[in-house]
Design a protein around this ligand. Sequence first.
Ligand SMILES: [Zn+2]
Ligand SMILES: [Zn+2]
Length: 396
Amino acid sequence: MPELHQNFVAPSLDLPWESDIIALRRDFHAHPELGFEEVRTAGIVAQRLRDLGLEVRENVGRTGVVGLLKGAKNGPCVLVRADMDALPIHEQNDWEWKSKNGGKMHACGHDAHTAIGLCVARILTEERDHLAGSVKFMFQPAEEGMGGAGGMMRDGVLENPRPDFALALHVWTPLPAGQIGVSSGPVMAYADGFQARIFGKGGHGAMPEQTTDAVLIAAHVVTALQSIVARNLKPLDAGVVTVGKLEAGTAFNIIPGAAYLEGTMRAFSPDVRDLLTTRCREIIETLPRAFGGRGEFQFIEGFPATVNDEDVVQRLIPALESVAGAQNVQSFEPTLGAEDFSLILQEIPGCYFFVGARNPAIDAIYPHHHPKFNIDESALPLGTRALVAAVRELLS
Ligand SMILES: [Zn+2]
Ligand SMILES: [Zn+2]
């Protein structure tokens, strides 16, 4: 056993799949692969699904895998999605199962999602004779910003058969282990990007009168962009404008003639999304003129908001309560993060829910995408049971 905090409480391992799921997740964790490079992961997934007797399609949306489980009776089709990609982060944990691929890490928990998806397939396959309908398992590449779900959709993941419902979960360290967060309506945000180029006139750092200082203009633009949420957005609406990248200049004594900015805009509604986009464009294109410069704005379309279907959520809550306990199923405060499962939920009614993975006793306290990210592995059996219960409910 690896070194763990002494207060670590191992998840109960009373069923064969429960020890399997821990081993599976740790194996995926040790071998992280970036978006569209999930060859090893997808190979294990496809082999396991084939071993279960499912109809398997590989290389769907490049490195995605689809497995179809047909129940003995007719009924609806439920899509269960798991993402498989890791992040370009150097892991700072020291587990036995820490990343063996330097500079790559499962720092968002998609290793857990892949393991959970496989165990859900295993459990539901054992119940095949009682299933009224089919379950389509979607193991997708490149969730982290590269739109792996969209590629699988273009390759037909939503056809033959077309799912009637779609389910996905995320293990979540902001939420204590043992809890499930689920809500109807938007749970994640529209996430668009923008690029801005600011043009002035460069020159000597001691002779500003001969220049148009692009750094000064960029600083005013960044400040003015923060007035959008503060002064243009209705206070009870949610929105974010973040400038995450700002580049200008080459030396301390040169006034640069150009600056470059990148940022992200987040919103839950199309109206707020339009407002943020319009105001960012107006500020970036017009404010530099007041300084004698010029600004260019480029919109970069991202993912839509992740919106859960009200009816599906209402059906699922008792099912989730049956596995986690009623007191442990909470409504979930939406986050302004983004998720490409939103593309699926635009077409298929469904639910994206959160499974708690926080446990200070084992230092599972770090945010997602942190080099010390870690989960309480009790989220694996809980997430598995939750998805199995959700599928059973939707096929009932
Ligand atoms: Zn992530
Ligand atoms: Zn993630």
